[in-house]
Design a protein around this ligand. Structure first.
Ligand code: C2E
Ligand code: CA
Ligand code: CA
Length: 768
């Protein structure tokens, strides 16, 4: 029996030493505590066991002292261990008063045990012998100082139990198991241990239980959660995750559905059967080899509602590549998809009309054209004339109603498969329509409806439509739209014709215009713009009086470019004043030369309506007069009626000042536009130039002759000089002379010619 006990102790000691070794190796927060605990437990066992091997009483007493000291220390370390894993005591480092008291008492206790080696007043040892007289063991009996050790032991045990209890109740239930086990273990140990005080056993069993206690401490410290805890945790996790999980055993039987999965497939047997049926249906669609891992999007009917799931099916294998289980994971993406769709709708649509916005329209157009390779398509652009006026006159709300109406008309009248509609900017809409769903009558009807949209003030909305027939489907739809929009520019302002089809000349013109604008500055500084002069002839003696300065662009690459090809472009792009200022200066320079040569001819210059917006015409022209010391009377200014129509009061003041300064003001192209005798009445004009259009008109009929005659006689009453331009025939000259016209300008006398040609012909005598 003794031998058995001693062997058992030896094994326990070895185990404890092994634990110490592993605890140190683990290097965790708990390592030092567990290592100390196991070392002390080992020391307890060693000192207790050693007593069986010594007959020397003093040595036995020394072992006894070590045993009791270590025993109390083991308890202290267990306490430390419990509060460390429980993390109950935040003030482990703040040694409080009771701890100090306990510490001092423990020291006293230890001194007692050590002095006991010589005094034997705490523990008495008396040898017990076998029947054959050989030594068996040392029997203990306690003196009164042993009560101190007992008290300290009980206090320490109580503290440990309290800490364990606190931990047990604070933690979620599935963690409790660990602590309850630890507590039961501990209770057995202390009951056994403390019963020593009342009945001294030969074989002290409580210390051998330290091995188990240490082993358990080791396990919960370093291997953490035990497997049942892990199971509990995993099943709780899978119960609570947001997607459905269904697990199948290797043979394919469903053994687990989590809460989400039960919500989809149902509870109990029904749910299991439904999940298996679903899995079978899913896998039936795919060849066997793909089964290891499969993801796809699926729609399922759940509670009579269609929901979308991201499905994942996976076979889990063991290390030997055998199928162990398989699972299906269904993540409900219905809301996410809805949200994405809403977001997409918002980013693709125009908030007011619900049509595609600019970028989405072009993107969709590209897609449709790529997919429908064989069908013919039209790209349609619409634009409401003076839409700003609608907003100003009727308010923004009315403006919005018009835009909504436009959107509705367009999208309903041209709707069909592969038709798309977009609002690109404010009042500009676009449509991509297959040619066979297009009807021009629908557009006409739309425009008529829109005209009636705002009825106040009898305002008629003018909606323009440009249509481009797509020839190259791979062209960027933005360019297609540009072409349709360009077509509108060609008919803008036209009240009769509001629908136009694109043809290539529109594009050519656009390209030409762009080229003019981009090349202008360089051409001007290179001197490519040249002043030509066209003589003006006195009707009385057919002698020359002066000339009109007309610009020519002499391009080294393109030859002589007539003004009609670039003046309107420069006017549109706000560049005309640069050219005009150059021409005016050329004319002034020439006049200064002529003045020096005693040549008293005048030069008429042209002023564009835009010049008044971009420069100070008055200052510039009077500046030239002063710079070149010329007579303002020799620099005639030709202003067309349109200038005067546009901003009468502001421009009239400038013209008046120019007139006062001494310039001769001529009204150019009289009768070409909205000729208004009012302008004549309100303005100090010196000369009236009858538009050459009259002479071109219907073979120069009697009616035209009458009109011209009356214009001339009216001018005379107003005290104005009359010039007729575009005079080409002798008949015209005769008629005009009879009608009392003062001056002629036209091909009959001369085309506009270069200054040198002009001077050769008309200044021979006068030139130096
Ligand atoms: P405009 O001021 O009415 O100039 C008269 C135009 O009639 C000139 O055309 C001239 O060549 C043309 N013409 C003169 N006699 C006849 C004729 O007997 N038969 C025909 N068929 N045509 C005749 P051009 O030089 O091509 O100029 C066209 C227009 O360009 C001018 O019309 C004027 O409005 C503008 N323009 C010309 N030079 C300038 C300039 O330096 N500045 C500005 N702002 N405009 C200019
Ligand atoms: Ca002119
Ligand atoms: Ca003219």
């Amino acid at each position: 029996m003794k031998a058995l006990y001693l062997t058992w102790n030896a094994i326990s000691i070895i185990s404890l030493v092994v634990f110490v070794f592993f605890a140190i190796k683990k290097k965790t927060r708990l390592s030092p505590i567990v290592a100390t605990l196991c070392s002390l437990a080992a020391l307890c066992l060693i000192s207790y066991t050693a007593q069986f091997y010594t007959t020397n009483k003093r040595v036995a007493l020394a072992f006894c002292a070590i045993y009791y000291i270590c025993d109390l220390c083991v308890l202290s370390v267990i306490y430390l261990f419990v509060i460390s894993i429980a993390e109950i005591s935040k003030s482990a480092k703040n040694i409080t008063a009771p701890v100090w008291v306990f510490f001092v008492l423990s020291i006293l206790d230890f001194i007692g045990f050590i002095s006991n080696i010589w005094t034997e007043n705490v523990i008495k040892l008396s040898p017990v012998f076998f029947a054959d007289g050989s030594f068996d063991y040392w029997k203990r009996s306690f003196g009164w100082p042993m009560y101190l050790d007992m008290t300290l032991q009980i206090v320490m045990c109580a503290l440990i139990l309290l800490a364990l209890l606190k931990r047990t109740f604070k933690l979620p239930s599935f963690y409790r198991g660990n602590f309850i086990t630890l507590m039961i273990f501990f209770l057995i140990v202390i009951i056994l241990n403390n019963s020593n005080y009342f009945y001294t056993f030969k074989f002290e069993m409580s210390i051998t239980l330290y091995v188990f206690l240490a082993a358990y401490a080791f396990q919960i410290s370093f291997w953490g959660l035990n497997s049942s805890l892990l199971n509990t945790m995993l099943s709780l996790v899978s119960e609570n995750i947001s997607y459905a999980v269904i697990c199948f055993a290797s043979r394919g039987k469903c053994f687990y559905l989590n809460r989400e999965a039960r919500a989809i497939f149902g509870f109990g047997h029904m749910g299991v059967a439904a999940a298996e049926a679903y899995r079978d249906k899913l896998l039936a669609q795919y060849p066997e080899k793909m089964f290891d891992f499969l993801t796809l999007t699926q729609s399922l009917q759940v509670n009579s509602e269609t929901r979308t799931y991201e499905c994942e099916y996976k076979i889990v294998k063991d290390s030997k590549d055998r199928n162990v289980v398989s699972y299906l994971k269904l993540a409900d993406t219905t809301e996410e998809i809805k949200r994405l769709e809403e977001e997409k709708y918002k980013t693709e649509r125009d908030a007011l009309t619900g049509l595609y916005n600019r970028s989405a329209f072009f993107k969709k157009a590209t897609e449709i054209l790529r997919v429908n390779k064989s069908a013919d398509f039209l790209l349609i652009a619409t634009d409401i004339m003076d839409f700003k006026i609608v907003n100003n006159l009727f308010g923004e709300e009315a403006g919005n109603e018009v835009l909504k109406l436009q959107a509705a008309l367009l999208s309903s009248s041209l709707n069909g498969p592969n038709s798309i509609f977009g609002r690109l900017t404010a009042d500009k809409f676009a449509a991509l329509v297959p040619k066979n769903s297009f009807k021009i009558s629908a557009i006409e009807q739309n425009n008529a409806t829109l005209q009636q949209a705002v009825t106040k003030y009898n305002y008629k909305l003018q909606n323009y439509t440009g249509i481009y027939e797509i020839s190259d489907k791979f062209e960027n739809p933005k360019f297609m739209y540009d072409k349709a929009a360009m077509t509108i520019e060609n008919i803008r302002g036209n009240l009769e014709n509001t629908i136009a089809f694109y043809d290539s000349s529109i594009m050519d013109k656009q390209i030409h215009d762009k080229r003019v604008v981009s090349e202008f500055d360089e051409a001007l500084s290179n001197g490519e713009f040249v002043m030509y002069l066209q003589p003006q002839i006195n009707a009385a003696d057919e002698k020359i009086l002066g000339a009109e300065a007309l610009v020519r662009w002499i391009s080294p690459e393109r030859g002589i470019i007539p003004p009609i090809e670039f003046i309107p472009v420069l006017e549109k792009s706000g560049l005309i004043h640069k050219l005009d200022q150059y021409m005016w200066e050329e004319a002034a320079k020439k006049l200064a030369e002529w003045k020096a040569a005693n040549n008293d001819m005048y030069i008429s210059i042209n002023i564009s309506a835009k010049d008044f917006y971009y420069c100070d015409v008055y200052n510039f022209l009077t500046g030239l007069v002063e710079k070149y010391k010329i007579q303002p009377q020799k620099l005639n200014i030709e202003i067309t009626e349109t200038v005067l129509m546009q901003d009468i009061s502001a421009h009239r003041q400038v013209i008046q000042k120019l007139n006062d300064y001494g310039f001769t003001i001529e009204m150019d192209d009289f009768g070409s536009g909205y000729s208004s005798l009012n302008t004549l009445k309100n303005l100090e004009m010196n000369t009236l130039k009858i538009d050459m259009g009259f002479l071109r008109e219907a073979n120069f009929s009697q009616k035209i002759k009458d009109i011209i005659s009356s214009i001339i006689s009216m001018s005379k009453t107003l005290g104005m000089t009359v010039i007729t331009e575009g005079v080409e025939t002798e008949d015209q000259v005769k008629f005009l002379k009879n009608a009392n016209c003062d001056i002629f300008q036209g091909y009959f006398f001369s085309k506009p010619v270069s200054v040198s040609d002009f001077e050769k012909k008309y200044c021979e005598g006068a030139a130096k």
